[in-house]
Design a binder for this molecule. Sequence first.
Ligand code: ADP
Ligand code: ASP
Ligand code: MG
Length: 405
Amino acid sequence: MALIVQKFGGSSVGNPDRIKNVAARVAKYRAQGDQVVVVVSAMSGVTDNLIRMAKELMPLPSEREMDMLLATGEQTTIALTAIALHAIGIAAVSMTGAQAGIVTNGVHTKAKIQNITPKQVHELLDAGNVVIVAGFQGQTQEGQITTLGRGGSDLTAIALAAALSADLCQVYTDVDGVYTADPRIVPTAKKLPEISYDEMLELASLGAKVMQSRSVEFAKKFGVVFEVRSSLNDNPGTIVKEETASMEDVVIRGVSLDKNQAKVTLIGVPDKPGVAARIFKALGEAAISVDMIVQNVSHGSGSPSTDLSFTVDKPDLLKTNKVIDSLRIEIGFQAVASDEKIGKLSIVGVGMRSHSGVAAKMFETLAQNGINIDMISTSEIKISVVIDLAKGEQAMRAIHQAFIG
Ligand code: ADP
Ligand code: ASP
Ligand code: MG
């Protein structure tokens, strides 16, 4: 008998028929005698729709009320999933995040899990129930409902698997696993049998939304091995786990494209010590995370000045411009420009550590396709370039072709 955590994403519970499928799958594991904890997302489109309605009322709604609102999406699916299991004669109980003992900090809409006390989950499992937990939500110590950031049901599943010391953690979605690139954009993308935490983390943070990046971080920290697989068939999926020696043989594990970044450029920034520190400190204090930073060579005579560009998440652009404006007099730069039509294209692979010439091949391929590179950043296992958004998907296919086929 094993204890299994199974997570089903929005499209896997998108209508009553899909929910019946989920129930049938859970029933198979129950028939083997396994204990099953099911984590579900809201039905696909529901969270987006709730956000849209709130923003129709007010552009920047209270984050506490947003959490109250968004948590309803998952609450619908837990109950429907429990009912679908009852309909086929299987004992099941649904639970909110709070009831499952998921305690978070108070940062509404992006809360972090602080601890999980799944006492009630254990009791219900031991009494022979399937336990269905609402993904994406938790509760503060003070009893406020919180949510864990978009895609946060992945985190609920991984964190529960860790807290319950589950034998198996399965993330069911609408693709067969993790591919070398988003199969919706690159038709030749291949399913990966396995991928390391670090590679999955880079791909997820660089635009591959198949897993929420924070959930992968959590899995790495607590050593939760998990499988990403399809809820529509029985094909084996992708195992996400600690790196093994043979993983370095493959140079590039995957390619990703992040369309959710914006570039901000400060023109004519005085070139003197402390200026960059002042700018990025102010952005940090406003909880804006900055990704790539490029500073040009100083120009002009007399008092030298420079241009400084950086990227932020698109939803943070308004806030960023406000912060920058507030520094204008203190710092004395000449102008600010922002560009939302950028794409960040990245290649990721632990094999990059031991293979040379990877960057040159990437840049050459882009050049051959007439694609200009605006910014570059690298780490030990990834290379990212900022390019024109309109050319993002074409560039992704060309780079995939060059490295993977
Ligand atoms: P769920 O609702 O199950 O959480 P998501 O929509 O969040 O599912 O994630 C699945 C989607 O992620 C797929 O439909 C696919 O288009 C996209 N995706 C992006 N990059 C990848 C990748 N490298 N491998 C697999 N899927 C990817
Ligand atoms: N329903 C939430 C979202 O759409 C959480 C999730 O699907 O994982 O972001
Ligand atoms: Mg998801």
